[in-house]
Design a protein around this ligand. Structure first.
Ligand code: DGL
Length: 253
């Protein structure tokens, strides 16, 4: 099976990594809209317009399924993308909500969603989690983490002051939903900050489990053939993919 993975930029590589390691597909085509990232500070109409343009790219290369790795795109564009495609499209929000339900059985536990400004504004996670019966859901836009990850700031004093800026006065939640492609790269530092009580929910692991539950996909013996495309500077995307996914040059198209 050949699938597409779409993200606003390089961040979706954190989701691709989980998919790649789960060996669910023969071929994966990743497209990052690196020329127009970040989506998380843009308005709904712009996000939808960019996502529809990305869909045209995927329509031209014949894929069997599309995964929207970007939380911001999943929050605003999933329904419209589905209405215009003749292949299945999965976003990361359904998967994240399902993962939270699986990990947190007591609906009174505290859930904190962190994401871009646009994802938080959409209220998609909050509403869906509340619909599932979770009574204590907080959602916080922590957009500064996106450029920090792109600057490869994964730990240290600067990150700690960003944590203090956003999380000051908050109790450690029972679950922290990393509702942005970039945030899994801060997982270690976030775990240290909040302590062992807090379970982290990662979009990549969540989508792998979601696909295993909702489709007939089984793990394959070999890893997928990967192809990378970007709206600008594909070489830099490939370099980041090599580092984040631990790839060799021969693994990359
Ligand atoms: N990929 C985006 C997300 O998961 C983060 C980067 C952006 O703002 O475009 O929400």
């Amino acid at each position: 099976m050949k699938i597409g993975v779409f993200d606003s930029g390089v961040g979706g590589l954190s989701v691709l990594k989980a998919l790649y390691e789960a060996r669910l597909f023969e071929e994966v085509v990743y497209y990052g809209d690196t020329a127009r990232v970040p989506y998380g500070v843009k308005d709904k109409d712009t996000i939808i317009k960019f996502c529809l343009e990305a869909l045209e790219f995927f329509k031209n290369i014949k894929i069997d399924m599309l995964i929207i790795a970007c939380n911001t795109a999943s929050a605003y564009a999933l329904d419209i993308l589905r209405s215009k495609a003749n292949f299945p499209i999965y976003g990361v929000i359904d998967a994240g909500v399902e993962a939270t339900k699986r990990e947190i059985l007591d609906k009174n536990k505290e859930i904190l969603v962190i994401a871009t400004k646009a994802t938080i504004k959409s209220k998609e996670y909050e509403l869906r989690l509340k619909k599932e019966g979770f009574k204590n859901v907080k959602a916080l836009a922590t957009g500064l983490f996106v450029p920090m990850v792109e600057e490869e700031i994964f730990e240290g004093e600067f990150l700690q002051s960003a944590f203090n800026y956003y999380f000051k006065g908050l109790q450690s939640p029972d679950a922290l939903i990393l509702a942005c492609t970039h945030f899994p790269l801060l997982a270690k530092s976030l775990s240290e900050y909040f302590g062992a009580k807090t379970k982290l929910i990662h979009s990549g692991d969540a989508i792998v489990n979601f696909l295993k539950t909702h489709s007939q996909l089984k793990s394959l013996k070999t890893k997928a053939k990967l192809e990378f495309y970007a709206s600008s500077d594909v070489q830099s995307l490939k370099n980041t993919a090599k580092i984040w996914l631990g790839l060799n040059t021969k693994d990359i198209q």
